[in-house]
Design a protein around this ligand. Structure first.
Ligand code: UT7
Length: 327
């Protein structure tokens, strides 16, 4: 790479309305105790009807642009990681472009499920690194409530809505992106899927009520692979950055389950105070969870100059990855 790529601004947005564990006790056969001890989740923020992924993306992106000190015309590419686009066609990136008025930009969505923001951030780094663009906007944004089956206790208690964004800039910014490790294993695709509504299985009238248009997950398998994938990719990313596990000041993992986050941290030798955790408040927001975490860590002063920050995520595909940023 000829140019260094920096994170120059971050932003996040979560809707105001909240669903608590008590709300789920009234909807399915579950308990606050089960949800809290098995997942770490207490609340999730959810959209009101009418708000979709591009709108949340806009609010997060505006904060990131403001911090980076750039205008919409400065953005060369918009990459939106999402499994809940506003509509199947066009991309959410195109809808976001219109909202921002960023008409000099290319637009594309990143289909990497919960790892969508990491794939976007790594792609942004590559674009900036080869000198193609000066500023790239990477977003992770989800309206997971639109694909959640509220009759399935195995999944419905997990998910929330939200958006996070980062501007990646050439040569200057707050945190230099040192390395990125992206991986996948398509053999495991069936363990985490939305069965109906694609070209393989078109939506039928019965799918509206049978849950097939919503997320279906083999939780235990995903759990097992998530721990392994996040740990291994983190080790590779740290090695490629020329750093060791003990150099990590803050680990921002995908917020899928506090037990997964703790298991990965333990394998990496990271104490709890180095692990960013807001899962209690937002639940699993898929591709939005890491950029919301990065934004909140900045906002709350948890990242200081000189710090090494490690990002990791794992999701459907399977696909996963880790990124190391030096502040
Ligand atoms: O973001 C993309 C990646 N996603 C993830 O990383 C999620 C990974 N998986 C997980 O986080 C966990 O597997 C879950 C939270 C989904 C489930 O936790 P678990 O400890 O793996 O539970 P389990 O699936 O092994 O189920 C244990 C029991 C079952 O009952 P039986 O068969 O033992 O009688 C479930 O039916 O817990 C039951 N159960 C529930 N009970 C009360 C499942 N969901 C619930 C619930 N309330 N909401």
């Amino acid at each position: 790479m000829s140019y260094e790529a920096f994170v120059s601004g971050t932003g996040g947005f979560t809707p105001e309305r909240v669903l608590t564990n008590a709300d789920f006790e009234r909807m399915v056969d579950t308990s606050d105790e089960w949800i809290t001890t098995r997942t770490g989740i207490k609340r999730r923020h959810v959209v009101d009807p009418g708000m979709a992924t591009s709108e949340m993306s806009e609010y997060a992106s505006r904060l990131a642009m403001e911090e980076a000190g750039i205008g919409p015309e400065d953005i060369g590419m918009i990459l939106v990681g999402t499994v809940t686009p506003d509509m199947a066609l066009p991309s959410t990136a195109a809808l976001l472009q219109e909202r921002l008025g960023a008409y000099n930009a290319g637009v594309s969505d990143m289909a990497a499920a919960c790892a969508g923001f990491l794939y976007g951030l790594a792609t942004a780094r590559a674009f900036v690194g080869v000198g193609q663009y000066e500023h790239v906007l990477a977003v992770g944004a989800e309206t997971l409530t639109s694909i959640t089956n509220y009759k399935d206790r195995n999944t419905c208690v997990l998910f929330g809505d939200g958006a996070g964004a980062a501007i990646v800039s050439r040569g200057k910014g707050k945190g230099k992106i040192l390395s990125a490790c992206l991986r996948g294993d398509g053999r495991q695709w069936a363990d985490l899927q939305i069965p109906a509504g694609g070209s393989l299985r078109e939506m039928e009238p019965s799918d509206l009520n049978n849950g097939r248009r919503c997320i279906s997950m083999n939780g235990r398998e995903v759990f097992r692979h998530a721990v392994r994938g996040m740990t291994e990719s983190a080790r590779v990313a740290l090695r490629d950055a020329g750093l060791a596990q003990e150099d990590v000041n803050l680990f921002i993992p995908h917020q899928a389950n506090v037990r997964i986050m703790n298991a990965v941290a333990e394998r990496l030798g990271l104490t709890e105070d180095r692990v960013f955790n807001n899962i209690e408040e937002y639940g699993n927001t898929s591709s939005a969870s890491v950029p919301i975490g990065l934004y909140e860590a900045h906002r709350d002063g948890r990242i200081r100059p000189g710090d090494t920050v490690l990002l990791s995520a794992f999701g459907a595909g399977f696909c996963w990855g880790s990124i190391v940023i030096q502040y």
